[in-house]
Design a protein around this ligand. Sequence first.
Ligand code: SF4
Ligand code: SF4
Length: 314
Amino acid sequence: MEESNREKSQPGKETHRRGFLGALAGAGACAVAGTVTQQALNMGQGMAATPAPLAEPTGSVILRMQRDLEESLAAKRPIDWHMVVDTRKCIGCDACTVACRAENPCGPAGQFRKVVQLEVRFWPQPWVIFKPSNCLQCDNAPCARAVPAGMITRRPDGIVEFNRDQLKGNYAKAAADACPVGAIHIDDGKTFTQDSPRPQEYERRSFVENGKACSRTPGANPLAGSARKCTFCSHLLDTGMLPACVTTCVGGAMYFGDANNPNSLLYEITQGRHYFEGYQNQGLKPRVIYFTESMPDTREIPCLACHESRSQQL
Ligand code: SF4
Ligand code: SF4
């Protein structure tokens, strides 16, 4: 992927990232047959073994992450934004999806975020997990490799940016087809209410995406025909605010912060934790990380639960 000059001038960034990821204990269960076998045995026995209690943060998580964010912005050193998702805390309410749509207006053609519901066929009762999903902000992004250099770039803080003026037509389709998690949609330029008796003004409001002003006014929508996806709410981050989905999650399933800040909650919450390695194994180098541990007194969810599911994509 093409990187800006600013990013090239950040020696040691990859070292920080490796240190952050190294602190996570990759479950890699999909790649470790023994783990899957043990989980299958647990399934056969009914309930899985109860894991040790997990260290959970105390106090207001949102306020802590907000302070961390302000600290990172003020430090004037390289930032490495990451999102961490604890699916055990997601209750599937889709509040984050609604918040994302409110913050980042999308039309009927798609959205930046979705909560995927996965049904696990445990006997005797089924089990459901919810997986909030958005663009992984891959360091090694297949979407960027599918189009000419310069159409998809990476900011110094790791956020993958689309050039809305260039990433249209066949290029938009090529990028969307290349994304392994289906995170990209192509804006159809429409609003939900444009053909109704009372088109709603809120759908035409101005907003900022990838550093450029936009509105979805029919006929004057610069995003029409362009590929779009989650931006980590970069317009909010740049003004010192957390992403909309993170601050809206009622279950506290979303964490966000700077992997280069060892004092941050993001850094603290990830120490020694097990995470889903499937995206790492695909070589994507994602910036969205999913914990894989079960809560005390809940079941172990085998990797096959997701891989047998009809859809784990957006
Ligand atoms: S998740 Fe998909 S859209 Fe996002 S950077 Fe990776 S390949 Fe590109
Ligand atoms: S970070 Fe922002 S753009 Fe991305 S899914 Fe969350 S609310 Fe949507």
